[in-house]
Design a protein. Structure first.
Length: 130
């Protein structure tokens, strides 16, 4: 009787354990924002042997916690991950958040604070007395 109970418990727990093993979020996300072009560059590292079955399929892009875009992908372009550009109007002081989701489960989120463009210091004109 104890063997049957243990077998039932193992069968109930095993699918959850397998799905946790397969849930592999991106290992890293790099974000860069071009204020002139108003474009966000996203580079995500997500190794995959089967880029048509096991890939990053969904990306959420938010500014200051407000969803701006939800983008879906049908495959991962590279075995190491993906790169994409997103048209996005953001201002200095705002925070862009990107969250990427894997087809097998798991996600990763990265934030980028948009900094003010650096302006060169003003030069003072000094009158010369000759």
């Amino acid at each position: 009787m104890i063997k049957k109970i243990l077998l039932c418990v193992c069968l109930m727990v095993m699918p959850a354990g397998v799905s946790l093993v397969l849930a592999n979020p991106p290992s890293a996300i790099e974000l860069a924002y071009d204020t002139t072009a108003q474009q966000l560059h996203v580079k995500a590292f997500h190794p995959s042997d089967r880029v048509d079955r096991y890939y990053l399929h969904r990306m959420l892009v938010s500014i200051d916690g407000v969803l701006q875009q939800e983008i879906f992908f049908t495959r991962q372009p590279y075995p190491w991950g993906m790169e994409t550009d997103v048209a996005l109007a953001a201002k200095p002081g705002q925070t862009i958040s990107v969250e990427l989701f894997c087809t097998q489960g798991g996600s990763k989120k990265e934030d980028l604070l948009i900094k003010a463009a650096k302006t060169p210091p003003k030069k003072e004109l000094v009158a010369s007395t000759n």
